[in-house]
Design a protein around this ligand. Structure first.
Ligand code: CP
Length: 301
């Protein structure tokens, strides 16, 4: 496999191999091995046309730990500002003989277009509302660590499903690993044809959605992708769909809470619950590093 732009490219066996690599890297790293030579003499270009904290930093750190040289390119400081097209930008970057191009772009499908245009390995770090495959891998890996298996697990994804590339990738990956997926949100934030996303159930009733679930994933309200208001106020959204003390009482004792970040505190999750004992949010961030190391290694080999 040259590139990773969609979870569709991954068979269950690919996912398991990436998880195994990530597990091995994590164990070795936590035992004190802070430098590996697996990507020695490789170069990685991190091309981000949208803002990022977690994804960009972990892709960069993963590359450095594996011994690669990493270079950051952001749209605001590149010749994109002078009108250069995405195609010409990536062909220019390819001419620098980079081994990997990690790309985040606001256009759905951008990563696949780039992958089909260059010889470098291309990794999708989020393309519009389409996909965020490494987020799905790190989410699946985090659940696996906590629950031992995804087979038969009941997972709810709550919030702005319509605009969420994380939801699209998560659903595909969780289904491949045998989980049952329920989507929940206000009608205006739910896709009309949810079956096409591969989910099992859809509901606007948050209490019904989270009841008896092993994992509940809260999604960020993506105001930057909403050209019209999808909810009257954020306060109303938070009361009806956010995690608060009342909703907490409905969850099973062993239900875990996740969020891809960044969290709108007090909107999707009440502030004091963001890092509660049920929350795996920082585990997700930590595992993002090892999953991205594993993805580099997997594509290279
Ligand atoms: N989850 C995620 O993609 O976060 P960033 O936007 O900070 O990279």
């Amino acid at each position: 496999m040259k590139d990773l732009y969609s979870v569709n490219q991954l068979e269950k066996e690919d996912i398991q191999k990436i998880f195994q690599l990530a597990k091995e890297y994590k164990e070795r790293f936590l035992k004190g091995e802070k430098k590996f030579n697996d990507l020695r003499r490789c170069s990685i270009l991190l091309v981000f046309f949208e803002n990022s904290t977690r994804t960009r930093t972990s892709f960069e750190l993963a590359g450095k730990i594996l011994g690669a040289d990493t270079i950051n390119i952001s749209a605001s400081s590149s010749s994109v500002k002078k009108g250069e097209t995405l195609y010409d930008t990536v062909k220019t970057l390819e001419a620098l003989n980079s081994d990997f191009i990690v790309i985040r772009h606001n256009m759905s499908g951008a990563a696949k277009i780039v992958a089909n245009s260059v010889k470098s390995h291309v990794v999708n770090a989020g393309d519009g509302t389409n996909e965020h495959p490494t987020q799905a891998l790190l989410d699946g890996f985090t659940i696996l660590e906590k629950k031992g298996s995804l087979e038969g697990l009941k997972i709810a994804i709550v919030g702005d499903i319509l605009h969420s590339r994380v939801a699209r990738s998560d659903i595909k990956l969780f289904k491949k690993l045998g989980a049952e997926v329920t989507l929940c949100g206000p009608m205006t934030m739910l896709p009309r044809h949810y079956e096409a996303l591969g989910a099992d159930y859809i509901t606007t009733d948050i209490k019904e959605a989270v009841k008896n679930k092993d994992v509940v994933i809260f999604l960020r309200i993506q105001l930057e992708r909403q050209d019209k208001p999808f909810f009257s106020t954020l306060r109303e959204y938070s009361i009806k769909y956010g995690l608060n003390q009342e909703l907490l009482k409905i969850l099973k004792p062993d239900t875990v809470i996740m969020h891809p970040g960044p969290v709108n505190r007090g909107v999707e999750i009440q502030s004091e619950l963001v890092y509660s004992s049920k929350s795996l949010i920082l585990n997700q961030v930590e595992n993002g590093l090892f999953i991205r190391m594993a993805v580099y290694k997997y594509l290279l080999s």
